[in-house]
Design a protein around this ligand. Sequence first.
Ligand SMILES: Cc1ncc(COP(=O)(O)O)c(C=O)c1O
Length: 485
Amino acid sequence: MSTRSSIGAAQLDRALGDWQQGRDVAYRSLAGSLRSLVLDGRVPVASRLPAERELSSVLGVSRTTIAAAYELLRDEGFLQSRRGAGSWTALPAGRPMPVAGLSPYPTDRGGVIDLGVAAMAAAEPWISTAMAAAVDELPCYTGTHGDFPAGLQVLRQAVADRYTRRGLPTVPEQIMVTNGATGAFSLLLRALVGPGDRIAVESPSYANALQAICLHGARPVPVPLERDGWPLDAWARTLREAGPTLAYVIPDFHNPTGLLMPDHQRRELVALARSAGTRLVVDETLAELLLEPGTVLPAPLAAYDRNGSVITIGSAGKTFWGGLRIGWIRAAPELIRRIAADRASLDVSSPVLEQLAVCRLLTECLPEVLEYQRARLRAQRDALVDAVRAELPDWTFRLPQGGLSLWVRTEEGGLGGSALASAAQGCGVWIGSGPRFGVDGMLERFVRLPFTQPAEVAREAVRRLVAARATAGSPEAPASQCALL
Ligand SMILES: Cc1ncc(COP(=O)(O)O)c(C=O)c1O
């Protein structure tokens, strides 16, 4: 396998943290910590590691220790080296490399708590009222053929006005209405990316976007998120070395971690992408889901781009309801015209009725709906957080200021995320395991727990996870026994 990018000695030092804590000999501790970093996705597969001499001086240990650690990792299959080319991370032969999206649990099979998808029930009564009003307005459009590849003008205007109010002046010609943010991303991949092209992504990232990239024949290049956010030194290196065509980022209440990118990083990321010649695609699907009152939101990332080349995708799915299936692209008018012209061979256009409903929701109901959604999510987040802290105290996570989910690291030495997710199914709860959100099947130590269910349901889900963990860990009690819960 060729390398995709490299990791600098200082960045590796940060990621390793306090690796000398255990009582094991130094080279084995170092190899163990490096192995965990690869398995957790914090050092991507196919990353070139620093040369032994450089790493020994940054970590403050002898070069022999580094060489022995590298040697052990090579024996285990986690490292490959070639004289003159250096050493890069790898996976032992035979490890699966799944790229699977997330799908909801079928609603016709009762009794299961679905934490697999991060989506809430509709914000009612606003959705039903807006749909009823849309039916009344429909006669204005039924005399036309009904195909509007760039979207209804009234909705393009409403979306543009919302950007303008958020600090990013926008005209309707910069907006195209799509079938959700998912449809928006697929249209962009068709327009801008060829087979084999590289796309830089955060690791972890939104599972269905990773799947779309792979199904399109492009190659995701992961840039690990750190506990507190985006390491821009790593972004600079990946953009420079991998030369990706696009970078797909979720700076606003990132899915699955809930992280929010601060102003100065937005500015810097735009500059880095511009100098590398990489197009930034910014997914703002969760941008309105701020949960901490008083937090000042940064301007949309595209506001830091003076050239107008940053592309933004958004959605009505999380603010109002996923069942509306309405999203959008914000880009330069020429690109919007090109994508709209190419749309006839994919999905033609978006449903008129739902566009009218979303237009009404944006222009007449947004403040009330946001207040309702944020209060509901805050209460649900707090209930889930309390339940996990009480019942699974060795699971760790960072409290998200917004978004829809907790990104949880399960206990050291316990079940991996995939085993836990399958045991949880037997106990009547459906969750997304870490590898779904990573590239190359990494992130096994993690699970995503959305706070999209009412508090009582979230508490029951956590009780079932406790049962799943206990049952799967015990050889006498197969996971299927949990199905009685
Ligand atoms: C970051 C992100 N992008 C896109 C989507 C999908 O959006 P839509 O339902 O509008 O296709 C989601 C849904 O969870 C998401 O979290």
